[in-house]
Ligand binder design. Structure first.
Ligand code: ADP
Length: 189
């Protein structure tokens, strides 16, 4: 099963992804986590993307798509994945469809977490993870990039009849239950 958790920065994708991977025994594919690990380990990829992440801009599509293509070759993804932070542009969404088609798979559910902007900024500033992009400037730019480049990804999946939108407001457990509910409906489609 291939599940995409979608939403603006601060919507809770990472938190919900952790719960879903445990429940369904699927691997987590977070491009943000992969980039942050590369930066921490000072790999060539990390050096290329440090300034981009700090500014809250998007890593170029081709670099991101190549990275995901390599990642998906690993055995652990043989039964699918929970995608978190990818795809973030329509080109990435199209590329993912192709990468999955090669494996005889598809996106089974695209779940969008809906949270209003004021709440997003509050959450990011209070999560205190010490991420170097969690500054007021960084957050502002990530939200702008989300509206300009990432939000259209939802329309892409809506036009393919794979999209579900749920409220991202409530307790972690309430939101988790909404996701489980959506997944049980999408699997019976
Ligand atoms: P958040 O949801 O809080 O913005 P992520 O961990 O998903 O956090 O992403 C952090 C940063 O990593 C983004 O601002 C961007 O610079 C980069 N990034 C992550 N995923 C992608 C992607 N699919 N395409 C381009 N850049 C990405």
């Amino acid at each position: 099963m291939n599940i995409i958790l979608f939403g603006p920065p601060g919507a809770g994708k990472g938190t919900q992804a952790e719960l879903i991977i445990n429940k369904y025994n699927l691997p987590h594919l977070s491009t943000g986590n992969i980039f942050r690990a590369a930066i921490k380990n000072q790999t060539p990829l990390g050096q290329k993307v440090t300034a981009i992440l700090d500014a809250g801009d998007l890593v170029p599509d081709q670099l991101t798509i190549d990275l995901v293509a390599e990642e998906l070759k690993l055995d652990k993804y043989s039964n699918g994945a929970v995608f978190d932070g990818f795809p973030r542009t329509v080109s990435q969404a199209e590329a993912l469809d192709k990468l999955l088609a090669v494996k005889g798979e598809k996106v089974d559910a695209f779940i969008s977490l809906d949270v209003e902007e004021e709440e997003l900024v509050k959450r990011i500033l209070s999560r205190g993870q010490g991420r170097s992009d969690d500054t007021e400037e960084g957050i502002k730019n990530r939200l702008k990039v989300y509206h300009d480049e990432t939000a259209p990804v939802q329309a892409y999946y809506e036009s393919h009849d794979q999209a579900f939108e749920i409220s991202g407001i409530g307790t972690i457990e309430e939101i988790h239950n909404r996701i489980v509910d959506v997944l049980s409906r999408s699997s019976s489609k």
